[in-house]
Design a binder for this molecule. Structure first.
Ligand code: NAP
Length: 353
């Protein structure tokens, strides 16, 4: 049982990120002082959105310069905080050197932040933003689960540096977090494991992979159809609620799958078609797997035939009951999340060309 003093500042790593944006907003709206650890506190354009949110809230935001790969760089931002949210980690699939660009910042960064928690006496709880990617590697892994659904007991055993390197980075980072947490008993670790995140960003020009994927629904990339690639979907606003509750519910414990819908690209597009009709070149049918296998790797950087074999026409199913029972989650509809996100892309001019 961990009681967090609501007058103490709360630290958020990677505060300029897509997921972190709504976590910071929630904390500011609740009146907290947020210690926002960011790579570049002079990036006026990125901080503008957080400053606007802070201006309309009862809370305060203070920026601190920190980098996942610079040991000790989170010391100042953590000072006096009882609760630390560690969200920073690169989320991209387009990398040349996965070790340098994904694994090192994810794993060494987690070590850096959590070792700092060990050195900061005020810290009582650390909430780490992991991922469903730390739970499974490919959809085909579902066949090895006990009740045909991924649960918090599952770990990704199939990703590697050469196959699904982002997922591998998330598994290594979360393992690292548990290893460090279990060696001490002053602070407890609570982990959230979101599936694919959608929904409007606090910063409407986010650089998370979520924006790039959502754009492809409307820019013609998928106009001939989409692969039936199973995935879980969670709204970024619901995910912020999950982070908040993971931080403040005294009994919160362990890992939590945060995923509202077991879905796939074709079904996700249906939410947009219902709302926008023929206004955009949405994918209207599922592509035959053979065609995806043949053409996918030629058209999409980073997509391999192995990934297609193990994921296309294989469903994703996760059991989110722990999040409902223990974090009080009440998930919004897929239609609402998809339409609100797509509308934000329209409003920012992404399709004006
Ligand atoms: P994002 O917008 O790209 O945010 C990533 C954050 O990490 C950014 O704030 C970035 O800082 C920071 N970061 C990256 N490298 C860093 C470094 N070397 N030092 C310090 N900060 C660094 O992506 P996101 O989607 O919000 O992802 C946030 C977290 O959610 C990640 O842990 C990700 O794995 C997890 N997650 C995301 C999804 C999803 O579908 N989006 C799903 C499951 C889990 P800058 O702003 O300076 O670039």
């Amino acid at each position: 049982m961990t009681q967090i003093d609501k007058t103490a500042p709360v630290m958020v790593t990677g505060a300029t990120g897509y997921v972190a944006g709504w976590v910071v907003k929630k904390l500011l709206d609740e009146g907290f002082t947020v210690h926002a650890a960011v790579r570049n506190p002079d990036a006026a354009e990125k901080l503008k959105y957080l400053n606007e949110v802070a201006g309309k809230s009862t809370g305060k935001i203070k920026y601190f310069k920190a980098d996942l790969l610079e040991e000790g760089s989170y010391a100042k931002s953590m000072e006096g905080c009882q609760l630390v949210y560690h969200t920073a980690s690169p989320f991209t699939v387009h990398v040349k050197d996965p070790q340098k660009e994904l694994i090192d910042p994810a794993k060494l960064g987690t070590r850096n932040v959590l070792e700092q928690a060990n050195k900061t006496d005020s810290v009582k709880r650390v909430v780490v933003t992991s991922s469903c990617a730390a739970i499974y590697g490919d959809n085909i892994d579902l066949q090895k689960t006990k009740n045909c659904a991924f649960t918090e007991e599952d770990w990704n055993e199939t990703s590697s540096l050469d196959h699904q390197a982002y997922s591998y980075s998330k598994k290594l980072a979360e393992k690292e977090a548990w290893e460090i947490a279990e060696k001490q008993d002053r602070w407890d670790l609570v982990v959230v494991n979101p599936s694919f995140v959608v929904g409007p960003g606090v910063n409407p020009k986010g650089t998370s992979e979520s924006f790039a994927i959502m754009k492809q629904f409307g820019d013609g990339t998928m106009k001939t159809g989409a692969p039936r690639w199973g995935m879980g979907v969670i709204d970024v606003r619901d995910l912020a609620e999950a982070h908040y509750n993971a931080g403040f519910i005294p009994e919160a414990k362990g890992r939590h799958i945060i995923s509202a819908h077991n879905s796939d690209f074709v079904e996700m597009a249906q939410s947009l078609i219902k709302h926008y009709g023929k206004a955009y070149p949405f994918p209207r049918k599922a592509l035959p797997k053979g065609m995806v296998w043949l053409l996918g790797p030629l058209l999409t950087a980073g997509l391999t035939r192995k990934m297609i074999n193990l994921n296309v026409n294989h469903p994703f199913k996760a059991d989110n009951s722990k999040s409902i029972r223990e974090l009080g989650m009440n998930y919004r509809s897929l239609d609402e999340s998809m339409v609100d996100f797509f509308q934000q892309l329209i409003d920012t001019g992404v399709f004006d060309r």
